[in-house]
Ligand binder design. Structure first.
Ligand code: GAL
Length: 367
C-alpha cells in the first residue's frame, strides 16, 4: 500500500477551527449522562496508560461514568471489550485501535444505538461509523525524525557531507499512523538519497519491509541484528530512522550486542517518538537514541474530553481539519495537534519544565 504524499498533504482543508454537527449533538443531548467507554490498545507502551488514566480521571471528575479497558495488543480482545461497553450502554466511545480495520461491525452496532465514536490518536479505517478523529500531525512526526538525522549528519550546512549509511524502520502495518510517520520521514530524506549522500544500504525502502509488527521492540531488535549481519560487516552505520521509542530501544540493544558503544562518536544517530522515560534518559545521558518526538498527550486527551463535553452541552465539537484523514469511507472531521522534536538541547525545557515528566521518573527509568 502506498499513499502518495500529494494525497496526504494536499487534501488538507487547512487548520482553521470549524465546527461540524455531531451525531449525538442537539436535542438528544438532554438525555445523555456522559457514560463513556475508553478502549486503549495495550499497556507496554507507557503513553496509553498515562492517557487512559488521565481520560478516566477527568471524565469522572465531570461526573460521568467511565469504563476503561486495555486490549493487550490483540484486535479480538479489543472488539470484545468494546462490545461489552456497547452492551453496558455507553454513549461515547474513545478508541485507540489495535488494528485499524477490525472494528467495523462492533462500531456499526454502537452507531445504531446512537453512540458517538471518537478515534483516538489512531484513525479507524473502512467504516462510516467514526464521528471524529483526534490526533497529532502524523506526517510531521516523520518529518521531524528525518530532520534530526539531516541536521546531526550536517547534510544541510555542508554540500559535501556524506555519503552516509542509514536504515529505516516503521511501525505496525495494522496502524494507519505508521504510513504517515514513514512517508513524512522518507519524503524528507528523499533529496539526500537522490543525491547519493544518504545510502539505504539494505535497500529496504518499502514500508512493508521496514515494518515492526505490534510496535514490538523485540521485533525491531531482531531486524536490526539481521541488517548488521547482512550489510554492516565493514560498513559503518550512521543513522537509523525509528518511528517510536520502544522500537528505538530495541535497535539500541541490537547495536550494543554487536559491539557498537552508545555514546561513542561512531554510535548511530537514532530517532524515536513518545518521550518515554527510558528513552529520555538515553537522550540525556547519551546512552542510546538521540531524539524523540514529544506529543503532549495531555492536550490530546483534553481535546477528546472537550468533544464529549461539547456534545453534552448540545454543541458541536471543534475540529481543525476536514480534509486530510480519509478512512476509506469519508474524510473524518479531525482535531490535530503539533508534535515537537526533542533532543539533548531541549528535553529539560520541553518535558520536565512542562510537568510532563518528573526528573525522578527519568532517573529511575529502565530501558
Ligand atoms: C502509534 C502512536 C505512537 C506510538 C505507537 C506505539 O499509533 O501514534 O505515538 O505510541 O503507536 O504505541
Amino acid at each position: 500500500m502506498h499513499l502518495s504524499r500529494r494525497r496526504l498533504l494536499y487534501g488538507s482543508a487547512g487548520v482553521a477551527a470549524v465546527s461540524v454537527a455531531g451525531c449525538s449533538a442537539g436535542e438528544e443531548s438532554a438525555q445523555l449522562t456522559g457514560f463513556t467507554g475508553i478502549s486503549m490498545p495495550m499497556t507496554f507502551s507507557e503513553r496509553w496508560v498515562i492517557e487512559g488514566e488521565y481520560l478516566q480521571d477527568h471524565l469522572e471528575g465531570l461526573g460521568y461514568r467511565v469504563l476503561l479497558e486495555y486490549a493487550d495488543n490483540d484486535p479480538e480482545i479489543q472488539v470484545e471489550q468494546i462490545q461489552a461497553m456497547v452492551d453496558a450502554g455507553v454513549e461515547f466511545l474513545i478508541i485507540a485501535a489495535v488494528d485499524n480495520r477490525s472494528l467495523g461491525s462492533v462500531l456499526a452496532e454502537a452507531k445504531d444505538k446512537g453512540v458517538t465514536i471518537i478515534a483516538y490518536d489512531r484513525l479507524i479505517l473502512d467504516t462510516p461509523d467514526v464521528d471524529y478523529y483526534v490526533s497529532f500531525d502524523n506526517y510531521e512526526v516523520g518529518v521531524l525524525q528525518a530532520k534530526h538525522i539531516i541536521s546531526r549528519l550536517g547534510l544541510e550546512e555542508d554540500d559535501d557531507a556524506g555519503p552516509f549509511n542509514v536504515e529505516l524502520f516503521s511501525g505496525s502495518l495494522d496502524d494507519s499512523n505508521s504510513e504517515y510517520f514513514f512517508l513524512g520521514g522518507l519524503d524528507t530524506l528523499e533529496r539526500y538519497t537522490y543525491e547519493g549522500r544518504i545510502n539505504i544500504v539494505s535497500q529496504d525502502t518499502e514500508q512493508a519491509r521496514t515494518a515492526t509488527q505490534g510496535w514490538d521492540g523485540a521485533v525491531a531488535e531482531k531486524r536490526m541484528t539481521k541488517l548488521l549481519e547482512d550489510h554492516y560487516g565493514d560498513e559503518p552505520l550512521h543513522a537509523v530512522l525509528s518511528p517510536y521509542d520502544g522500537i528505538s530501544r530495541g535497535i539500541v540493544d541490537a547495536l550494543a550486542e554487536a559491539d557498537y558503544r552508545p555514546g561513542s562518536d561512531d554510535f548511530p544517530i537514532i530517532t524515536g517518538q513518545d518521550a518515554e522515560a527510558a528513552s529520555v534518559k538515553d537522550i540525556r545521558d547519551e546512552t542510546g537514541q538521540t531524539q524523540t518526538v514529544f506529543k503532549d498527550t495531555r492536550s490530546l486527551a483534553d481535546v477528546a474530553i472537550s468533544m464529549v463535553t461539547a456534545i453534552m452541552d448540545g454543541d458541536s465539537p471543534e475540529v481543525n481539519d476536514l480534509g486530510t484523514y480519509n478512512n476509506g469511507f469519508k474524510f473524518v472531521p479531525a482535531f490535530l495537534l503539533e508534535p515537537v522534536s526533542v533532543d539533548r538541547s531541549n528535553w529539560e525545557e520541553v518535558l520536565i519544565d512542562s510537568g510532563y515528566l518528573a526528573e525522578e521518573t527519568v532517573d529511575e527509568a529502565e530501558g
